[in-house]
Design a protein around this ligand. Structure first.
Ligand SMILES: [Fe+2]
Length: 158
């Protein structure tokens, strides 16, 4: 841990950084899964889904950077290896499976909803630790996932 003096005890910082590290692990898996679907989607709506998935993985990529840099701002080192991400993630990969577009959408929706539920618990922990900065940051991140989940859900509804 870097030495920082921001009115926040090192133990709490450590706990928050563990939470943020676990979030990055899920984000990285979701980023990769969304990118996989961008590459491998097929069907008459190919272009629509290809572009939708690109928008979504680009947004996740931006979010990953924000979370990673927040860990640094709180004095921690950001985990940045695929091995660590796979060890910590709560999401599941499906190697060798290339589902239909609608199943891809449903799979991504499931993952966004998992992340939303995880974030809701994480926000509670930040509240208990009086880390208003991370609480606000994660609330905004959760809202982004809620919006993406709505879009995926709406895509399934036809
Ligand atoms: Fe591409």
């Amino acid at each position: 841990m870097d030495k920082i003096n921001i009115g926040f005890d090192p133990n709490s910082c450590q706990k928050i950084n563990t939470i943020l590290s676990n979030i990055i692990a899920d984000q990285y898996v979701l980023y990769t899964k969304t990118r996989n679907y961008h590459w491998n989607v097929t069907g008459e709506d190919f272009i629509q889904y290809h572009k939708l998935f690109e928008d979504q993985y680009s947004a996740i990529d931006d979010d990953i950077d924000e979370v990673a840099e927040r860990i640094r701002a709180l004095g921690g080192k950001t985990p940045a290896t695929l091995g660590e991400f796979l060890k910590s993630t709560t999401l599941k990969e499906n190697p060798g499976e290339f589902p239909l577009a609608k199943t891809m959408i449903a799979n991504l929706l499931t993952d966004h909803e998992t992340i939303i539920r995880n974030l809701r618990k994480d926000i509670e922990i930040c509240d208990d630790l009086d880390d208003v900065g991370t609480e606000d940051f994660l609330t905004q991140l959760m809202e982004k996932h809620e919006k993406t989940a709505w879009m995926l859900r709406a895509t399934l509804d036809n």
